[in-house]
Every structure is written in C-alpha cells, then in structure tokens.
Design a protein around this ligand. Structure first.
Ligand code: ZN
Ligand code: FE
Length: 255
C-alpha cells in the first residue's frame, strides 16, 4: 500500500488518524480531538502535516486544531454546509465531491444523522473510509441533530462501498457496543465470535478500530435492519428498514 494510516488515541476514547503517502511524504490528519498526541505522533515520524480533514463540528473532533496548526500550517477541509460552526476552512466540500491527496482521489460522502453536515472521507486507493460518528464499530452515532431516516440513508451509502473497505470510526466504543448488539442479535455466530475477539483486544489495550465493512455488515445490528431474525425478535416483521433501524437506535439510547 502506498498509503500508511496511523491510529492516534486521544482523550479518553477518541481516535484521530494520520494518512501518510510514502512516495510524496504528504500527510493528512482526520479530526483533532486534542493536539498533544497528534503532535507527538507526527514528530516521532518526522512527518510534516499538509492537510486536516474534519468530519463534523463536535468539540471532541475539532478542539485541538488551533494548537496543531501553530506547529503545522496545514490546509483544512470540512463540510461547506457546516462552515458556519466549523473552524475556518480552506476547502469546503459536500456530498459526492472528490479532491486529490498525493496521487489518491478522496471521495466525500454526506453521512448526516449524528449531526447535520457530518461527512465521511473515502480513500479507495487505501481501502479506507473515515466515518467518525456515523458508522462505528458495532454501532452508529447517536442521533443528536438528524432523524432515523437520514442516518439510515447515510449508513446505506456506506454499505455500498466495497466490502473490504476498512472503517475508521472516531471512538473506541466497541466493547460496550458489543454488549448491546448481543441483546439485538444474540444467536448470530459471527457477532458472538467478534465479541470475544473484542474483549481479548481491549484487555490487551489494542484498538478495535478499524474494522471492515464486511465485518460490520455481518455483525453490526444497525446495518442489519432487514435481517429476519432481528425483525422477529423486535416484533417488527413487516416494518420498513428505517422503522427497524429507529427501534434499534431507541433501544441503544436506553441501554
Ligand atoms: Zn460527534
Ligand atoms: Fe465524537
């Protein structure tokens, strides 16, 4: 792979990611929960930051930006639709836009639901999608600003990416997501074995991010609204996928 991706743990359970192109030496940062661990990760590799890609406006994704930019005067990309509440942007993007990073083409997807104006960055040449608080490992973001149908549309977009795509979500919530997922889909053998792997990884302090889209489609209850066993268990055999998704989201909020 010409692209190296470094996971940077931040705050108590956030992740930032460095996307580094080996040939050109260019580096992009996805989200800025806090400056210090990101600055350390850059200096440990002697990398200079060229770009910052912001997924959404929440403080735990942007609040380290000003400090990082002091040391690395990088170009900042974010959703044009949310420019009024994001830090100052050098490049405003929206759903379906592409931009170049080194010799990669990056596709922007609007994945609103957690917030309006939440975007994801898909880098086909690295088999990587940076989904932050939209699609998460065994979960999805809480619906703070959007409605269930909007989040379902966003997840449906992400489900159409190639199955091998690595899903880089913004938080280490996977162990608690697994406990909830097992209440919705308790007889799913792939979920049962993934839950065990997650417990082992977390006990060793290993991040569970990234996962793959194929893993999420097989085990993440929020992507499995059409599954007959899940519908039967929820008592919603004839509901729409959006209704089933909304019921799973409501149960998670109360879990
Ligand atoms: Zn958020
Ligand atoms: Fe977040």
């Amino acid at each position: 792979m010409p692209i190296e991706i470094v996971t940077v743990p931040c705050l108590s359970d956030n992740y930032a990611f460095l996307v580094h192109d080996r040939a050109s030496g260019r580096t992009a940062l996805v989200d800025v929960p806090e400056a210090a661990p990101i600055l350390n990760a850059l200096s440990a590799r002697a990398w200079r930051l060229d770009e910052v890609w912001l997924t959404h406006h929440h403080p735990d994704h942007v609040q380290g930006l000003a400090r990082v930019l002091k040391d690395h005067p990088a170009q900042v990309t974010g959703a044009g639709a949310d420019a009024h509440r994001l830090p100052p942007l050098n490049r405003r993007v929206g759903d379906g836009d592409t931009f170049d990073f080194a010799d990669q083409s990056v596709l922007v997807l609007d994945v609103s639901g957690h917030t309006r104006g939440h975007i994801a960055f898909y880098v086909p040449g690295a088999d990587a999608a940076f989904t932050a608080d939209s699609l998460m490992a065994l979960g999805c973001g809480r619906l703070f600003e959007g409605a269930a149908d909007q989040m379902w549309d966003s997840l449906t977009k992400l489900m159409s990416l190639p199955q091998g795509t690595q899903i880089f979500s913004g938080h280490e919530y996977t162990a608690s997501n697994a406990k909830f997922a097992l209440t919705i889909d308790p007889d799913n053998p792939e979920l049962i074995s993934r839950s065990k792997e997650i417990a082992t990884a977390r006990a060793a302090g290993i991040p569970t991010v990234p996962s793959t889209l194929a893993q999420e489609m097989a085990t993440n209850p929020f992507l499995r609204a059409s599954n007959p066993d899940i519908r039967h268990r929820l008592g919603l055999p004839d509901a729409t996928d959006v209704q089933v998704f909304a019921e799973i989201r409501a149960r998670k909020d109360a879990f």
